[in-house]
Design a protein around this ligand. Structure first.
Ligand SMILES: *Cc1c(COP(=O)(O)O)cnc(C)c1O
Length: 413
């Protein structure tokens, strides 16, 4: 992915100026997002960010946000972060919201990066770290993406948002939409964890449980959205959730003193986190904040739903839909990801790998972080621990390497 395009578009796009005129002027000291345009991740077609957009009209692939990186490389310094709050909004120049009044926030704290003591030692690795995303609002990293998508939706005047979800995204959309006074329409499998079903209802969303998986839910949203007047916030069919998720990569870089780790082990469903971090690292390099080094991305899936692993093993550039997907890790129960080619590209270019772990291994690993480090994990987070075990056994990680596990959410009974 080329994230430092040379073409420069005007900073105020048509249609935006009038809107700016009726709002109070923003203090010039206030940081501003430097979003320029949306660009198709496949064919490069350009779209304005000043209107609601889903996928590319020509090839149906995800649109990605492009920023004024050259300008930022000259004007934005790492020191500016020192006086900003410990929240994902501290990276505002590389976020898609230009007017701070549009930000919908529930307190998205920077999540702790914790160095394990006994877990790493048990594997003979002195540097195993956990990025603990369970501290975010709603208890999962889905808050990052939905905080961004709902803020952008608010800035565009959208009032009806629809989402297909495997669980946590639905909870996150429900609460952010509620906070913004926007209506959320949720479509998710009937066997989605009770926590997700209940929290959506508590936050006043319109919930439809379906006999099927997230992709079936996605089809229903796609069929009904035009008639109902809903905007589709499916991940990577909506361009800004990935912008929220890339902040995991920004935080990691900053927390490690702008020196990226050697290995990132990430539980992969729709792949938004991998695509986002990969994109975020390119942006940081383009503005001169980090060098060329990238961590190896290890994508982890369950043997009950492993389309990315299968594609990776076959050397394919796209994945084929997984049949009869089942796993205890509901966030990994994604039979088909629209960003499959982007996930596989990030894995390949980072010299990484994709591996599957069984549900039995995930269940067993559920106790490892709690008992060794006192950190409770979700099944998806436990999957990264199971993967670590497998990677060490296969000699895929050197003892001298710095490894980061993503605990993408908290434990839910
Ligand atoms: C959604 C989800 C995942 C998968 O995330 P992607 O970035 O879409 O691959 C992993 N873990 C948890 C807890 C999730 O909710």
């Amino acid at each position: 992915m080329n994230s430092s395009p040379k073409r420069v578009s005007p900073s105020i796009a048509p249609g935006e100026s009038t809107k700016r005129d009726i709002k109070p002027p923003i203090r010039s000291t206030e940081p501003q997002g430097k979003l320029e345009r949306l660009e198709c991740s496949k064919c490069g077609e350009i779209y304005p960010h000043t209107e609601p957009q889903n996928v590319c009209n020509t090839c149906g692939k995800p649109l990605l946000a492009r920023y004024a990186l050259e300008q930022l490389s000259e004007t934005w310094t790492r020191d500016t972060l020192l006086s900003r709050p410990a929240s994902l909004w501290r990276y505002t120049e590389l976020l898609p919201i230009s007017d701070p009044a549009d930000i919908v926030t529930l307190g998205e704290t920077m999540t702790p990066l914790i160095r394990t003591k006994r877990l790493g030692a048990a594997f003979g690795l002195p540097e195993v770290w956990v990025k603990d995303e369970s501290r975010l609002p709603t208890g999962s990293f889905k808050a990052r993406g939905l905080a961004m998508a709902v803020s952008k939706a608010k800035s565009l005047g959208l009032t009806q948002l629809a989402i297909p979800s495997a669980g946590n995204a639905a909870t996150a959309l429900s609460v952010y939409a509620a906070a913004a006074g926007i209506t959320a329409h949720i479509f998710m499998p009937q066997d989605t964890p009770a926590f997700n079903k209940e929290t959506c209802q508590l936050a006043g969303a319109n919930v439809t449980l379906i006999d099927g998986l997230i992709n079936d839910a996605g089809r229903i949203v796609a069929e009904r959205k035009a008639r109902e007047g809903w905007f589709d916030v499916s991940t990577l069919k909506e361009p800004y959730r990935v912008e929220g998720k890339k902040t995991m990569g920004f935080e990691l870089a900053e927390q490690f003193g702008w020196e990226l780790p050697d290995v990132i082990i990430y539980p992969t469903g729709g792949g938004t986190g991998i695509v986002g971090m990969w994109k975020g690292f390119s942006e940081l390099e383009a503005i001169g904040w980090i060098g060329k080094k990238r961590p190896r991305f290890i994508s982890v899936q369950s043997t009950g739903c492993a389309p990315i692993v299968k594609a990776w093993e076959e050397g394919a550039t796209e994945a084929t839909p997984w049949q009869d997907a089942h796993t205890v890790a509901s966030g990994l129960r994604v039979p088909q990801a629209i960003g499959d080619f982007l996930i596989l590209e990030a894995i390949r270019k980072s010299n990484g790998a994709a591996i599957a772990v069984s549900d039995d291994a995930i269940r067993e690993a559920m106790q490892l972080l709690p008992t060794t480090e006192g950190l409770l994990t979700c099944p998806e987070g436990a999957a990264t621990v199971a993967a670590l075990k497998q990677l060490v056994a296969n000699g895929m990680i050197e003892p001298s390497e710095r490894v980061v596990l993503f605990n993408t959410g908290g434990y839910q009974a």
